[in-house]
Design a protein around this ligand. Sequence first.
Ligand code: MN
Length: 235
Amino acid sequence: MRPLIGLSPGFDLKDENVTMRPGYLRCVELAGGLPVVLPAAEDPAVLAEVMARCDGFLFTGGPDVDPALYGEERLNDTVFVSPLREKTEFPLFRAALATGKPILGVCRGIQLINAALGGTLVQDIASQRPGCLPHRQEKPGTEPSHFVTLSPGTPLARLLRAERLAVNSFHHQAVKTPAAPLLVNALSEDGLIEALSMPGHPWLLAVQWHPELMPGAEHSRRLFAAFVQACRGEK
Ligand code: MN
């Protein structure tokens, strides 16, 4: 049986329809997992059952994390927060973390994981890190727009067997101070944190780029393959 992998959904602004980008579903499926969109379970008993049934969790891209979570005011109009997403996804993450099952974070996912564990974020790269590369690319997500350097010996470097990756980039925020339990696994050429792992956790990796938009890239295939394999209970 395929491992069951729960994906955190987004919500559209107008009528709060549940949204899910197809790339996440497709990449999990291609890697041998069975993707399911997680419900916004408010009943603790339902949440517990969701956690028990899933073999792993993917925290997807989306709007900005509420700066209040790391003790800051909203910096400017570029900071966009979805209250419904905040309300539903943090309980899912905390519960998922408590299971010790594999967790993959993508884009907002890395920011959510970092903020939930006590780290802080750059709220707006353009105004707070003016020397940085453009991290919101114009090109389609199938194409890379900058390089990241993997820190030697980190879980991501070992898993991908690489020192440098060409990745896409669709973020205007980034990890500022990594949360104490997290380890930096990759930096962009301009020094932004682009990947984190959690030493001591059985399998937690989070990346700032969108591997699900580059399903043909070897590093995307390896990342999803390793995630699904870990969800299957294999090393
Ligand atoms: Mn980037």
